[in-house]
Design a protein around this ligand. Structure first.
Ligand SMILES: [Zn+2]
Length: 237
């Protein structure tokens, strides 16, 4: 069968075989892979993060319904905020207000859904386990400089809008341990101490949850806080 029809038939047979193998692989993955390493299973905040977690978080950026389903299926309490223009080139789109997570933020946190999911995963799987490991106690309070602000990058008069202009970023200044001790980015970053070790480790772990993570090593404007955002750029500094 060296005719054109023969070639077409062979092509169809190969495509069918590949589809069958693909379907078989998919079935095997669904049957045997645990949910937290299975790229086809929805993300769950409670699941221990793995190498596929960041890919799953990134996928939520273009699938808002899936993102809000992740929040619904978690222990967080939150309120969805209606999409709205909030200023010149500033807006809320797929934004939620966090009412309760495992830690107090001293007020409502307004964040775009994928940023809130990343924050919740970081809080639960990075921040608290490390606090317990290093200090033998939990963090009870996160000190921050806010999430939403209709402004440009670095507060510059001109230039691009910051991710804060879309409620897609949070600036974290420090933490309070259960015994009242304070851990401060300004005072403890870079120090050869338990607090310094803690800050370095959670900065690194934030890079696995957020797209952009900036700290005191980035520039002087960040000497007193970590900036985490879920924008388009992948930066860890
Ligand atoms: Zn910031």
């Amino acid at each position: 069968m060296n005719t054109r029809a023969g070639k077409t038939l062979r092509f169809i047979a190969v495509v069918l075989m590949l589809l069958l193998i693909g379907f078989g692989c998919y079935k095997l993955i669904m049957l045997f892979l645990p949910d937290n390493v299975n790229p086809f299973q929805p993300l769950r905040i409670a699941d221990k993060p793995t190498f596929v977690t960041k890919t799953k978080i990134n996928r939520l950026k273009s699938h808002p319904d899936e993102c809000f389903a992740v929040l619904e299926n978690s222990t967080l309490t939150f309120e969805k905020i209606e999409d709205q223009k909030t200023g010149e080139n500033c807006a809320y789109k797929n934004v939620a207000m966090l009412q309760q997570s495992g830690i107090s933020y001293g007020g409502d946190i307004v964040l775009k859904c994928p940023a809130l999911v990343a924050l919740a995963i970081w809080e639960r799987h990075d921040l608290q386990p490390l606090a317990i490991k290093l200090f033998n106690q939990k963090i009870i309070r996160v000190r921050h400089y806010g999430t939403y602000a209709c402004r440009n990058i670095n507060n510059a008069r001109q230039g691009r809008r910051s991710q804060h202009a879309y409620a897609n970023a949070i600036d974290i200044a420090g933490f309070v341990l259960a015994d009242g001790r304070e851990i401060s980015v300004l005072k403890d970053w870079g120090k050869d101490s338990e607090k310094g070790t803690f800050l370095t480790a959670i900065h690194q772990s934030a890079c696995k949850r957020f797209s952009t993570v900036l700290g005191p090593n980035y520039n002087d404007l960040h000497k007193n806080h970590f900036h985490f955002d879920q924008g388009a750029w992948s930066i860890c500094r």
